[in-house]
Design a binder for this molecule. Structure first.
Ligand code: G3P
Ligand code: MG
Length: 245
């Protein structure tokens, strides 16, 4: 059965990576979301795509300077629409609670932290510690563009399934070596220029293939006709029926 992942939650109709966008998936019978996680100054993992605050909040500055006490004053919803004013910037711990309550499954993308190896190890350990609090029935797929990070996570927590992210530009002739070296079971490939032979090649090598970010229904159908295992889309609420095609 093909799988539909809500990219940063239902990001076409709610502010990306907020609990409104992520928790709201259950209203549309979307059971899987994709989200981005990085770590702030006091070691708390939070849900945000960028390392700076300005695009998706009412604040500026680096997320790496924040402490958890400051999160309450940050509005991560108004930039999207006044309807979402006051929507908080969530911690991973809050998201884990929502996943358990709303029975949601998550593709947790760990950002390639910009503060060096020590902080990256902290981020990996903090993510593992939170994910370990999920109910047994919940499913998780951990992804990253940083394949060294992904290999390290696999070493520390081999029980989690992982997905290696490739932009179209990074998907070179060495993709199979990179996949095998980082130990990922799944490949997440950017949609741009993706061809049917590439999907077939990756699957023949034993990997599941999910494609991002697919916002056209026609393209989603084409990818599923090729046998792609999943798509990551901003319009999961409009594409969810494709899981039963
Ligand atoms: O995980 C798929 C996609 O989210 C990767 O790119 O930049 O949207 O996190 P980005
Ligand atoms: Mg992402």
């Amino acid at each position: 059965m093909p799988r539909i992942f809500a990219h940063r939650g239902l990001s076409a109709i709610a502010p990306e990576n907020t609990l409104a966008a992520l928790g709201g998936c259950s209203d549309y019978r979307v059971s899987w979301f994709e989200t981005d996680v990085d770590i702030i100054a006091d070691g708390t993992p939070i849900i945000i795509h960028d390392s700076s605050l300005h695009r998706t909040t009412n604040r500026t500055g680096s997320i790496y300077d924040l402490t958890v006490e400051q999160l309450d004053d940050i509005d991560a919803g108004s930039w999207f629409s006044p309807e979402f004013a006051g929507e908080p910037l969530p911690t991973l711990a809050q998201l884990i609670q929502v996943m358990n309550e709303s029975k949601l499954n998550g593709n947790i993308e760990i950002k390639s932290n910009e503060q060096g190896a020590e902080r990256t190890f902290q981020l990996i350990d903090a993510v593992i510690a939170e994910l370990d609090k999920l109910d047994d029935e919940r499913k998780v797929l951990i992804s990253s563009f940083n394949l060294l990070l992904l290999a390290e996570l696999k070493r520390r927590a081999p029980h989690y399934r992982t997905a290696a992210l490739f932009t179209a530009d990074a998907l070179g002739h060495d993709w199979l070596s990179l996949m095998q070296l980082c130990g990922a079971e799944t490949i997440h490939i950017e949609d741009r220029n993706l061809t049917q032979p590439m999907v077939a090649l990756a699957q023949k090598a034993g990997f599941e293939v999910n494609v991002y970010t697919v916002n056209s229904r026609a393209r989603a159908n084409q990818l599923f006709n090729w046998g792609a295992d999943g798509i990551i889309t901003d319009y999961a609420h409009e594409m969810i029926h494709l899981e039963n095609r």
